[in-house]
Design a protein. Structure first.
Length: 317
């Protein structure tokens, strides 16, 4: 049996080298913490390019966007997405393929309550959230917005969804440039909360686990099951000081920017816009940031520049 590689620790001894996927994420997160103004997905693609320097693909007429399985989408999302998980409540996955190879994936799912109430409760079944989205490090430039735009068009045909909303997460260095360039409407930031407000999540000492503020506040409904696994009980006192004492790191999480896209004919889009509970606002003006390597990360494919012809997945030229 081959001996597992290891790396030295500052205090002496050594630690087994993590699997390559885990190691890439560790490196990407370290670089992101050093420069949080950059987009995390751009950084992790850059690290993968260093590890696996395969040629970057180009759009050549073989590109297709079509519905794919969870089994096909999940490895890509786990590898490149900020959260590193697929999440719950996903109803459909779409992928961008070139020459039959998957180079991008995104995930849609409906959300209840006021979060998904964009144009009124009567349109709730036609309203869906873009929960996840990512592209490989060798995907063509502008692939992200190409995937998003065409996945929404195809999902309208497949699932009758007409109202799409998504978030750009400042905690991941996201500004929503792909949505802005693709013609999505900006609805606001910190919706329903005071401007500049934030909550505090906790990250485990090894960086692998997160306890959200919501989870901490609602764990009492499960008799503090998760916290008790960490060694907490009522005798330990307040939860958040306990987490700090055992090495969990508090992280401020600021409000996310919310974006919306309406699908359909020009008249249908205008009607949906008139029904929107939020008045679209001018997108925020952010300072320019230099693209990472050869991958601009947040750039977008010009809206309306490609065709969409077939319900079963488009061949776009």
């Amino acid at each position: 049996m081959a001996e597992q590689a290891s790396y030295p620790l500052s205090g002496g001894g050594s630690k087994p080298t993590p699997p390559i996927k885990e190691l890439v994420r560790i490196i990407a997160k370290a670089r992101f913490e050093a420069n949080p103004d950059m987009c995390f997905q751009g950084i992790i693609r850059q690290v993968w390019t260093e590890v696996d320097p395969c040629p970057k693909l180009k759009f050549d007429g073989t590109e297709r966007v079509e519905e794919i399985s969870r089994e096909d989408a999940e490895p890509h999302i786990v590898r490149y997405e900020w959260l590193g998980t697929v999440g719950r409540g996903i109803e459909a996955f779409y992928g961008l393929k070139l020459h039959g190879e998957l180079v991008g994936a995104c995930a849609f799912g409906r959300m209840g309550g006021q979060v998904g109430n964009i144009c009124g409760p009567e349109l709730a079944e036609q309203t869906v959230c873009l929960h996840r989205g990512c592209c490989t490090h060798f995907a063509p430039d502008l692939a992200a917005s190409f995937l998003i735009s065409h996945a929404c068009r195809q999902a309208r045909l497949d699932h009758k969804w007409r109202i799409y909303f998504a978030y750009s997460d400042a905690a991941a260095g996201e500004r929503g440039v792909v949505y802005k360039a693709a013609g999505w409407f900006f609805l606001g930031q910190d919706l329903g909360r005071a401007k500049g407000s934030f909550h505090v999540d906790f990250i485990s000492p090894d960086g692998k686990e997160k306890l959200s503020s919501y989870a901490i506040n609602h764990d009492s409904q499960r008799d503090y099951k998760r916290l008790r696994k960490l060694g907490w009980d009522e005798s330990k006192g307040r939860i958040r000081p306990f987490l700090r004492d055992i090495g969990w790191k508090p992280v401020k999480v600021f409000g996310k920017r919310k974006w919306v896209h309406f699908a359909g004919t020009r008249a249908e889009k205008a009607e949906l816009k008139s029904l929107c509970r939020y008045k679209p606002q001018p997108p925020p003006e952010d300072p320019e940031r230099k693209p990472l390597g050869s991958d601009a990360g947040d750039q977008a494919y010009p809206a309306g520049s490609l065709c969409w012809e077939h319900k079963g997945g488009s061949k776009c030229g």
